[in-house]
Design a protein around this ligand. Structure first.
Ligand code: ADP
Ligand code: MG
Length: 341
């Protein structure tokens, strides 16, 4: 075959593959957008484990009528202007790719209104082709509706897991974000059934209960350590509670859910000698570090990051968790000798 430039819709479907792997990736991108828009309430409706529908409504800043068309273009973002901004980034998004990617592999409808606009606007994108912009009455905020994900890329559909698995992925995702943003009120509906609800009252332990159940949440140890350039806080299980896999180990860096082998190893080292081989803790840790010290632009899905001073960070995780474990560990039993005279 001769070399040729790919047709734009093919190129964008290929690029979308990196951002939108499954329904949970759609939910993640839309949640991040709602959080970046300073929302205090986020409602998520999912049908058929996200294949039929993922809809996220927020009460955030909204998008103006004039900008709505741009929002669904590739590399269109309000969060970054120059490459260097990446190292001062305080938003979860920055690539300007999510909406364009999602629109190229689904039927996407966005309805939005800002505080300063009397009416809202609505746009529909179907498999990458944009419909007309319409004026519409709606409350301040944004509703993003993603229907029939991968309807035009059947090959992708084949890679989706069982509905129950995809549904769990979304439950897990929303619960973790609810935990990371306890001041935001979250509601998640799966096929019209309320699957998760938080009050938004800022109480993390309450949100923790919806993740692990009330009893486990009550027993989780508090981890907290402040150092000049980095801070850690969160929860980790006492030695009596563990799992047979690493799925319940979660790290957030500056409000972003990341997966990082180094952080997990540091955590597991803290549990070394406390847990049997093959057992893993339940952990949710939030790290705050200088945005300059973390590169978030490693992969389009933004879950992988690189640290400028990984050892310092790993050491902090290890020390903080170890301290929590030691503070909890019951004092060794001392047998008091009884003297006979
Ligand atoms: P990014 O988040 O990387 O900027 P997206 O494609 O996810 O890229 O979104 C494009 C732009 O659309 C954002 O920069 C933002 O200005 C706007 N936007 C998307 N979702 C929302 C939302 N829920 N509320 C307000 N603005 C939004
Ligand atoms: Mg985004």
């Amino acid at each position: 075959m001769p070399i040729q430039i790919l047709a734009p819709e093919v190129a964008s479907q290929i690029a979308a593959g990196e951002v939108v792997e499954r329904p949970a990736s759609v939910a993640k991108e839309l949640l991040e957008n709602a959080l970046d828009a300073q929302s205090s309430q986020i409602v998520i409706h999912v049908e058929q484990a996200g294949q039929r529908l993922v809809e996220i409504s927020d009460n955030g800043t909204g998008i103006t009528h004039d900008e709505l068309r741009l929002a669904v273009e590739r590399h269109a973002t309000s969060k970054l202007q120059k490459a260097d901004d990446l190292f001062h980034i305080h938003t979860l998004g920055f690539r300007g790719e999510a909406l364009a990617s999602i629109g190229s592999v689904s039927r996407l409808t966005i309805t939005s209104r800002t505080e300063n606009d009397a009416t809202g606007a609505k746009i529909r994108v179907e498999g990458g082709s944009n419909g007309a912009l319409e004026a519409i009455g709606c409350p301040v905020g944004t509703v993003v509706r993603v229907e029939d994900l991968f309807f035009n890329v059947p090959a992708r559909l084949k890679f989706l897991k069982k509905e129950a698995t995809e549904r769990q992925q979304i439950d897990g995702l929303v619960t973790r974000y609810a935990l990371a943003y306890p001041q935001v009120r979250f509601q998640l509906f799966q096929d019209e059934r309320l699957a998760l609800q938080t009050t938004g009252n800022g109480n993390r332990r309450e949100a923790l209960a919806s993740l692990y159940g009330v009893e486990t949440a009550r027993q989780m140890l508090e981890v907290s350590m402040d150092e000049t350039t980095m801070r850690i806080h969160g929860y980790s299980s006492p030695v009596g509670i563990s799992r047979g896999n690493r799925k319940e180990i979660t790290f957030f860096i500056n409000g972003r859910w990341v997966s990082d082998g180094g952080l997990s190893s540091a955590l597991l080292q803290a549990y070394h000698t406390y847990l049997m081989v093959g057992r893993y803790p339940l952990t949710v840790l939030f790290l705050e570090i200088d945005p300059e010290d973390v590169d978030v632009n490693v992969h389009p899905a933004k879950a992988e990051v690189r640290f400028r001073h990984p050892d310092q960070l790993f050491s902090l995780v290890q020390r903080a968790v170890k301290r929590a474990l030691m503070a909890y560990a019951p004092a060794p039993q001392v047998s008091i000798p009884s003297w006979r005279t």
